[in-house]
Design a protein. Structure first.
Length: 135
């Protein structure tokens, strides 16, 4: 083992993904991508910044966001969920963009500005959470 010291810090990680992303994309790829980009630009990204979050990783249908405070992460998630409910109230059920989110906390090794987390752990946690909450 090398003598290099790894910086660790406690972080609150908000993991979020879109419910039914594959179905939405199969139904209307261009419209779905346009709505996702609009929600990100107009609401989600500003909400994350408002609560001092930092987007660590994005995927087609998901985000990993780091917060230094669990309180900020929980407030962001709650406001995000209620705001998205309002933003999508007029959308048909088949086209509605809904996010599910989870706040697993773990210490992340830091290398410069990068946070090293386990995508497999996050994916397993999200899928397990989704199964428990949706049956």
């Amino acid at each position: 083992m090398s003598g290099e010291r790894v910086e660790r810090r406690l972080a609150a990680i908000l993991a979020a993904d879109i419910v039914g992303y594959s179905r939405l994309m199969g139904r209307d790829e261009v419209g779905t991508l346009s709505r996702i980009r609009s929600h990100r630009r107009e609401f989600i990204d500003p909400k994350i910044a408002e609560h001092k979050g930092r987007i660590v990783k994005t995927t087609g249908d998901g985000l990993l966001i780091e917060f230094t405070s669990v309180i900020d992460a929980v407030r962001c998630a709650a406001e995000w969920q209620s705001g998205m409910t309002e933003r999508t109230a007029a959308d048909s059920d088949g086209a509605k963009i809904e996010f599910r989110s989870l706040l697993p906390g773990w210490r992340s090794p830091m290398f410069g500005a990068s946070t090293w987390t386990s995508p497999a752990t996050a994916a397993w946690t999200l899928s397990r959470w989704a199964t428990q909450t949706t049956g």
